[in-house]
Design a binder for this molecule. Sequence first.
Ligand code: CA
Length: 235
Amino acid sequence: MPTGLPYDRPMTRVLLAEDDPAISEPLARALRREGYEVDIRADGLAALEAASESPDLVVLDLGLPYLDGLEVCRRIRSEGSSVPVLILTARADEVDTVVGLDAGADDYVTKPFRLAELLARVRALMRRNAVEGGTTPDLVRIDPEGRRAWFREEELQLTAKEFDLLRVLVREQGKVVSREQLMREIWETAWFGSTKTLDMHISVLRRKLGDDAAQPRYISTVRGVGFRFERLDAV
Ligand code: CA
């Protein structure tokens, strides 16, 4: 499914199971703006099938055709998955059954909800999961259109050039990007020898990512060539 974002990994994938397009469409747009990759499924069976593709988070409507959200959640858990599940429900009285006790969901939002509220819950679940599971804590998410970036679910405060630099490095992750290319693409300037500005920006980016300048884990220096953003699912 096209997401408008050119990166396959490392992106956080959200499975959105909701049969009402008046809810799923604006919600998917908002999640994509936040840098998530979103997969929409409009019935319970399709949602269950998509859940087997290891999403990082499931947003699950309770009232779904063919198989209701409660049953979808139970089956996800019975298959041994601990993916965070956020329930959408118009039925506030069912919430006790849904969360934790029975079906094994992690949190819920009652309809109608505010987008900001839902996005905050999503971020909280992703953070909690990263801390507990320790599986994918190092994800970088980038929203090129909104010019925002997140690391470990925290938004990074970046200047315009720092953002551009991170965007290019992450886009080319796993590959060396030459100093010439970075100077050309980010500073729109030919390279005449000095790349002191570039080195300064790399060092600030490393600091903001909590990277160690002496032994960088994320942005490696490739001597005589340039820099490489390491594939985060490999570190
Ligand atoms: Ca529904």
